[in-house]
Design a protein around this ligand. Structure first.
Ligand code: HEM
Length: 162
């Protein structure tokens, strides 16, 4: 396998494949709460860039639901991290934030969507990835929409899958 680009060392803990251990919780003030499973894939090809894919499924029917993919970069010599993200809902996004140890906090810097994206539109996304002491990974997503202030949408934990 290709050697990790040294620029990515601070994000080593994120690399590999992850699968939800128990179903994640989807919530928002305007929607019916739901449960989902999700697989995350973080890989690299020796460039100072991580490639990622997140695939979510309905916890009961197992049908594919939300999907996103993109690239992650670190500004060399700093703790600044940038995600470039495309979502199957018609959204493209740049999120930036800070890496503090095994804690990564990001928020929307730029957001665009297809002309016929479903409403209400999301206006701001915040997310935290955190490696827990027991080796699990946790993701929490909060968002602002056209008609709701910052509220939690997603909470899920994963364990390494291979
Ligand atoms: C609803 C955004 C990830 C499942 C929504 C809504 C928005 C949104 C704006 C509409 C809320 C409203 O009606 O007030 C996002 C964004 C995501 C994301 C920006 C990623 C950063 C996910 C994931 C799942 C999911 C991973 C897991 C399956 C749902 C469901 C609804 C919903 C089931 C309610 C029904 C619907 O509107 O389709 N989401 N979502 N979302 N989201 Fe997400």
């Amino acid at each position: 396998s290709v050697e990790l680009n040294p620029v990515l060392h601070p994000l080593n803990w994120l690399l590999g494949n992850w699968e939800s251990d128990i179903p994640g919780e989807g919530t928002f003030p305007t929607i019916k709460p739901f449960r989902y499973t999700e697989k995350l894939y973080f890989s690299h090809v020796g460039q100072p860039v991580i490639n990622f894919m997140f695939n979510a499924f309905n916890a009961e029917s197992k049908k594919p639901m939300h999907r996103e993919c993109g690239f992650i970069r670190i500004q060399p010599g700093t703790n600044k991290v940038a995600f470039m993200i495309a979502q199957n809902s018609g959204l493209v996004e740049i999120e930036e934030g800070e890496l503090t140890g095994n804690h990564l906090k990001l928020q929307t810097e730029k957001l665009a969507r297809i002309s016929f994206a479903k409403e209400p539109h999301v206006q701001q996304i915040c997310r935290v990835f955190q490696l827990l002491p027991d080796g699990k990974l946790e993701q929490t997503v909060t968002m602002v929409t056209d008609n709701q202030p910052l509220s939690q949408h997603l909470h899920i934990t994963y364990r390494r899958s291979s």
